[in-house]
Design a binder for this molecule. Structure first.
Ligand SMILES: Nc1ncnc2c1ncn2[C@@H]1O[C@H](COP(=O)(O)OP(=O)(O)OP(=O)(O)O)[C@@H](O)[C@H]1O
Ligand SMILES: [Mg+2]
Length: 262
């Protein structure tokens, strides 16, 4: 959790204004969603399977086009155009659930970490320095640069994915269930790492998870999603201690240990 307290006076890094997404077959995955992520904060998005969390992350990453509504990056409207995507690339990066399928098995760690730097025009010594820093950030060693994903465990692979997200020095990292595929101990280590990096870098996180225990640990603010609708949004301490919406109450009731936890 970051120390970001009041964000009212700064420009959101990313903003969704009344965004809806209806897929073919008329599945409404997002229904009039408004959400902002401010510099340095963590916004947790929780909700059951199928509630629209991944769709939200894809829309925010300009991988899916909203059916209606508006997207803004640093206060400016953005779309799925090349220009918008290029702008986004310098500001927002992502880490996904499955560290197995999200790494190219034919790329060494060095190639994996170089990839996001090309489009940002970062090469030579600067690229080398960035890679060494990202590697140190996630507690991997220089010797790992020559290795391939298959030579690492799930937790180590997820750290490679985090390094790849960090290397371009984004203002925001969107994390879609980043620890769901990891066992409890490794999950705790990766969460600690993310918190440490945030404290050092002031990077913002949009942290998507179905796990209220995780969100309780990391999020400054929470958005609760049900059937594509954000049914409740607010400071996490408030939402988790005094939920207003029946769906949030129901979610909390299914995880008793979160209640009253600090
Ligand atoms: N490309 C697609 N085409 C059609 N329907 C889709 C597509 N992607 C998602 N959906 C539907 O949109 C809804 C929301 O899906 P989404 O993947 O965003 O949920 P989620 O909250 O991420 O779920 P989970 O916790 O299981 O990952 C679901 O009903 C899903 O079937
Ligand atoms: Mg999902």
């Amino acid at each position: 959790m970051s120390t970001a307290v009041s964000s009212a006076d700064s420009t959101p890094i990313i903003e969704l204004r009344n965004v809806s997404k209806v897929f073919l077959g008329s599945v409404t995955a997002l229904d009039d969603v408004s959400l902002q992520v401010f510099p340095g904060e963590t916004v947790g998005v929780v909700g059951e399977s199928g509630s629209g969390k991944t769709t939200l992350s894809k829309v925010a990453l300009l991988l899916e086009e909203p059916t209606s509504g508006e997207m803004r990056l640093l206060g400016e409207p953005i779309s799925l155009s090349k220009e918008s995507r290029n702008k986004l690339r310098g500001v927002v990066h992502a880490v996904f659930q499955d560290p197995y399928s999200s790494l190219n098995p034919r790329f060494t760690v060095r190639q994996t970490l170089l990839e996001p730097l090309g489009p940002l025009g970062i090469k030579g010594d600067e690229a080398k320095e960035r890679i060494m820093q990202a590697l140190a950030d996630v507690e991997l060693s220089e010797g790992d640069l020559r290795k391939y994903p298959a030579q690492f465990s799930g937790g180590q692979r997820q750290r490679i994915c985090i390094a790849r997200a960090l290397v371009g020095r984004p203002s925001l990292i969107i994390l879609d269930e980043p620890t769901s595929s990891l066992d409890a101990l490794v999950q705790a280590k990766v969460l600690n790492l993310l918190l440490k990096l945030q404290a050092e870098r002031n990077v913002a996180y949009l942290f998507i998870t179905h796990d209220l225990g995780v969100v309780n640990r990391v999020a400054d603010r929470i958005a609760v999603m049900q059937h594509g609708v954000v049914v409740e949004q607010g400071l996490s301490a408030q939402v988790l201690r005094n939920p207003e919406h029946p769906y949030t109450k129901q979610l909390l009731a299914s995880v008793p240990r979160v209640k009253g936890d600090s």
